[in-house]
Design a protein around this ligand. Structure first.
Ligand SMILES: [Cu+2]
Length: 287
């Protein structure tokens, strides 16, 4: 005869309390945790959906630091998940009264300090890569290019044969006439400036971009370079990189900048030095 304490869930099933059934179902959480942790580790270690191939020395360095962080943090993640599953099994409800524990202050201090050292250490190691972009003096012989971002397109300006950027005036900005920078024709230095909608650079030569935004914050992002830089209205932000591998790469805006954000893209064309020289000469011929 079933009682409140002992009630089979199915006819003729062995007698068990509801509590026992719930306890057994609860045990399933442990293998689920282990499976999710193992699947996560396989997906990350297998690199099935991964970054595109790097095209600069800095990007290679970035990947090295990223992998190191992933190995250290991923190892700790796996150990923690394995321990969590074990604790679910080991300390399941076996009918005995629970024991009250005050914890262990010494252990708390040790693992909090170890976590702090680990995170600060990894952050400092990564800092040198960040500083390699932002804190270095401008390299000698760098190609200078101005970048202008606006809703929802990119424009690039190269100095002409005189090597000088001409004067611009906000009142002269005219997108439909092909003058997004507001170049002042009266300035002789402005007449030979080259404006393009794609960024062309020679491989193996440092490039310094001077970035500005005309309306809202945008973000210059080339995944193959592993770099991102915000463009902020009212600021001229220098940003340097060197691409070593020729090819075509997408420049995406990585800041949600309005309704047309998804279509705000351009192309980075890394050319051989000869091809870049020829392209520059052609542009000068068109001036
Ligand atoms: Cu944008």
């Amino acid at each position: 005869m079933p009682t409140a304490e002992c009630r089979p869930l199915l006819p003729k099933a062995p007698c068990a309390t509801i509590k026992t059934y719930l306890n057994r179902i609860g045990m399933l959480l442990a293998p689920v945790i282990w499976l999710v942790a193992a699947a996560t580790a396989i997906l990350v270690a297998g690199k099935f959906w991964w970054f595109p191939a790097p095209i600069s020395a800095l990007a290679v360095e970035y990947d090295r630091q990223f992998s190191l962080t992933l190995i250290v943090i991923g190892g700790i993640f796996l150990v923690a998940q394995a321990g969590l599953g074990y604790v679910i099994f080991r300390f399941r409800d076996s009918g005995r009264p629970a024991r009250f524990s005050r914890g262990d202050n010494r252990l708390e201090v040790i693992w909090t300090a170890a976590t702090a050292v680990l995170f600060i250490g990894l952050a400092l190691a990564g800092e040198t890569i960040w500083a390699g972009i932002h804190m270095q003096p401008e390299p000698a012989g760098a190609l200078q290019v101005e970048v202008l971002a606006k809703q929802f397109s990119w424009s690039f300006r190269y100095p002409g044969p005189d090597g000088k950027f001409g004067r611009t005036d906000i009142k002269l900005i005219n997108d439909s006439a092909g003058n997004p920078f507001g170049l002042d024709d009266k300035d002789p230095a402005a007449r030979d400036d080259i404006m393009t909608s794609a960024l062309r650079v020679p491989a193996g030569r440092p490039v310094v971009l001077t970035m500005q935004a005309r309306d809202v914050i945008h973000d210059f992002f080339v995944p193959e370079l592993r770099v991102k830089q915000d463009l902020v209205p009212g600021m001229r932000i220098p940003f340097q990189f060197q691409a070593d591998k020729t090819g075509e790469y997408e420049i995406a805006c990585a800041e949600l900048c309005g309704l047309g954000h998804h279509q705000m893209r351009s192309t980075l064309r890394v050319l051989t030095p000869e091809a870049f020289r020829d392209w520059l000469a052609d542009q000068r011929g068109l001036q």
